[in-house]
Design a protein around this ligand. Structure first.
Ligand code: PLP
Length: 363
């Protein structure tokens, strides 16, 4: 029953809209009169084809994806894209530029070094990944094939609010943890990629949005499964795709459209994030968010307790009140509340009320 559900603040896999889960439940055994579950369908049958085509066209509507961009539904997570991107966009010694604003960008940078020649043109590491650089000061290599950013660093809670313009080449962005959380001008990017398991579905689906003229230039050593041309030519059906995951993403896209699209979704996300950051900033130091205010993530809110010894107690008490997964990433400690699209306002309000009560009892 609905009252048994928790408010799940996990960073991913993460909370999904209850209405989407109910819809999936209602179609679980017999998808729209087909007599089959989506899990049992041939990926080449007309039923599944209608599912993947609808998912793609709804995503195109949501993000206003221009027609000269391909949408690919892939596997392997965003981590696989860390390799696939240089394999497809570079020949081995090509230079590329990286701005690293957190751990995920750092991982992407290290993986890219196997397949091209990445340069770290800015790193936030010495400031514990709490900032985004000023774009004017960046020393971009004019020959770089692309500039890579992680649009939202899930662990550190740092989010680009606007984007640098690559000097020569293309902007490539890992949007795993803020995908479909707000409108994005896709035409500013050569490639956008995102694992589904934060804002748009279950794990197992990775979405790549790529400008079509970039497809078809993969390095010779590129495995077939990482070659964008293979997937684009076959409409993401070269091999068996993650069918059920794609179906779930489709239900989420429908739900986001029904909410009025991403501009409406963004308004809700801004409101939720404001309530939470305000509570942190107004706690007189009891709670603290280390991220520079102008680049705080709408999706992942890291915070620490002034009395660090109370953190375990905070997490435990919150869980008792059905607010779970609030422990920060093991690499940074403290707490982290992930408040993706599907987190209801009521979940954030409940967390804030709990935080105030906890402070009153422990100040
Ligand atoms: N990039 C970002 C921003 C992430 O948050 C994550 C996962 O949490 C990844 C990449 C890795 O994604 P995956 O586990 O799907 O490979």
């Amino acid at each position: 029953a609905a009252q048994d559900r928790v408010f799940n603040f996990a960073a991913g896999p993460a909370i999904l809209p209850e209405s989407v889960l109910r819809k999936a439940e209602s179609e679980l055994y017999n998808w729209r009169g087909s007599g089959m579950s989506v899990m049992e369908m041939s990926h080449r049958g007309k039923e599944f084809l209608s599912i993947i085509q609808k998912a793609e066209s709804d995503l195109r509507s949501l993000l206003s994806i221009p027609s000269d961009y391909a949408v690919l539904f892939l596997q392997g997570g965003a981590t696989t894209q860390f390799a696939a991107i240089p394999l497809n966009l570079c020949v081995q010694p090509d230079p590329v530029d990286f701005i690293v604003t957190g751990s995920w960008g750092d991982k992407a940078f290290k993986e890219a070094a196997k397949y091209c020649k990445p340069t770290l043109i800015w790193s936030g590491k010495s400031e514990k990944y709490t900032k985004i650089p000023s774009f004017d000061d960046l020393e971009q290599n004019p020959h770089a094939k692309y500039l890579h950013i992680c649009a939202n660093e899930t662990i550190h809670g740092v989010e680009f609010k606007n984007y640098p313009t690559p000097k020569n080449g293309l902007l490539v962005a890992d949007m795993s943890s803020n995908f479909c959380s707000k409108p994005v001008d896709v035409s500013k990017f050569g490639l956008i990629y995102a694992g589904a398991q934060k804002n748009v579905g279950p794990s197992g689906v990775t979405i790549v949005i790529i400008r079509k003229d970039l497809i078809g230039k993969a390095q010779e050593i590129t495995p077939v499964m990482l070659d964008y041309k293979i997937h684009a030519d076959n409409n993401s059906l070269y091999n068996t795709p993650p069918c059920y995951g794609i179906y779930m993403c489709g239900l989420v896209f429908e739900d986001l459209l029904a909410q009025g699209g991403l501009a409406e979704v963004e308004k809700k996300n801004v409101k939720k994030a404001k309530i939470l950051y305000d509570a942190i900033d107004e706690s007189k130091g009891f709670y603290r968010c280390p991220v520079e205010k102008s680049v705080r993530s709408l999706m992942n809110v890291p915070f620490t307790l002034e009395k660090a010894e109370l953190e375990a107690e905070f997490v435990k008490e919150a869980a008792k009140e059905k607010m779970v997964q609030l422990k920060g990433h093991r690499s940074v400690g403290g707490m982290r509340a992930s408040i993706y699209n599907a987190m209801p306002l009521a979940g954030v309000e409940k967390l804030v009320a709990f935080m105030k009560d906890f402070q009153a009892r422990h100040a």
